[in-house]
Unconditional design. Structure first.
Length: 129
């Protein structure tokens, strides 16, 4: 009777380790959302800078020269904001997917072995006089 208890303990420990790894991976990947926030803030700053340059359009000599760069800066800012929002959603989805995959796959594999061993032990107990 000693061996099955040890096996159950080892398998339980195996599952606990993989759950801990899965949670940590999920947390670390989710931490990448800070990059998305930085990208969005940079986009807002670029958009605002472009708008400020655009307001100089009426200034003689330099105004007309700034029109196109101002438009490009604003456009780049809008793109950065959109990409930041999109990447934030993707990072959230990826963190969940990785955590589940890392946690479930090793545990299900071990659970299959565990259930097979339990079934054999049960069958032996039924056959024993």
């Amino acid at each position: 009777m000693r061996r099955p208890r040890t096996l159950e303990l080892v398998l339980g420990l195996w599952a606990a380790v993989w759950i801990a790894v899965a949670v940590q991976v999920g947390i670390e990947v989710r931490g990448l959302r800070d990059l998305s926030t930085t990208m969005k803030r940079t986009g807002v700053a670029a958009r605002e800078s472009g708008a400020a340059l655009e307001r100089l359009d009426g200034v003689p000599v330099i105004g007309a020269e700034l029109r196109e760069p101002a438009r490009r800066v604003q456009e780049a800012g809008e793109n950065a904001i959109a990409r930041g929002e999109s990447s934030r959603d993707s990072i959230r989805d990826l963190s969940v997917l990785l955590a589940v995959a890392i946690g479930v796959i090793p545990i299900v594999a071990v659970l299959g072995v565990f259930l097979e061993l339990r079934a054999r032990r049960g069958a032996r107990a039924i056959r024993a006089p």
